[in-house]
Ligand binder design. Sequence first.
Ligand code: HEM
Length: 246
Amino acid sequence: SENPEDNGMYQSLKKVLEEKDETDHCWFKDDNLWGIIINIFGGAYLTTRGTIMSMLHILAKRPDVQKSLQTEIDNVIGDVREPEIRDRQQCPLVEAFVLETLRYISHTPLAMHSTREATSIAGYHVEKNTPVLACFWSMHHSDTEWEDPFLFKPERFLEQDGSLKPASDPVRKRFLLFGTGRRSCPGEVFAKSRLFLLLSTLLQKFNVMEPEDHSLPEFDPREMDSGLIMQPKPFKIRFECRNIIK
Ligand code: HEM
């Protein structure tokens, strides 16, 4: 159909609501529908919010990193036009900052799956239908896999020459915050490109600073509010317009 409203998620779910099982009962109930809608909003909104709030806190505490990001943005994008997705390729430091924020906070700490058949994991026999939780938090804060895992170091995602390590690099492959395999996050590309646009647009125009009347505690991901999607503790910051008129 030409009309996009005839396809899409709403129409598909509406059709499923009418489907009958072998006992002639509708198997897909309003509760299932609510579950899906809540998953989409929770999965998309809370994850992005947690990342943005963490980035702001980190920026306010790390004026040195912020200055380097602004230098990259000024050189590649300038102060006239808005950042675009194609700028990502020329802004390795902004990309590395986003990746390191996600690794450091690992605010989606667990992926919940179960085995479809009996298997073995790291030498352990695991029965069919066993719940298996992958703990991204531990993977991303393991000091055998990462040097100084509780230090915020965007440069760990950069080559010596300042370019972004390729996706095939072992360091990039150890980063799994969006999961892996057929149930990995379908919003990964969208989320990363939005985070790039937000960060570059913000730093093009503003400095992110601590409040005037008190200094912020260091950002420590271990202090975040726990949950299936962790959030940073509330904090105040200041935005200062950059003097971009030359
Ligand atoms: C920083 C941002 C995000 C992070 C860290 C994140 C992380 C994750 C993780 C860890 C999973 C589970 C993967 C697994 O079970 O193996 C997941 C699933 C999912 N995410 Fe995201 N996500 C983010 C943003 C988004 C956005 C923006 C959307 C939608 C636009 C989205 C939609 C979903 C959906 C629908 C699922 C369920 C997929 C399935 O069960 O097949 N996510 N995400």
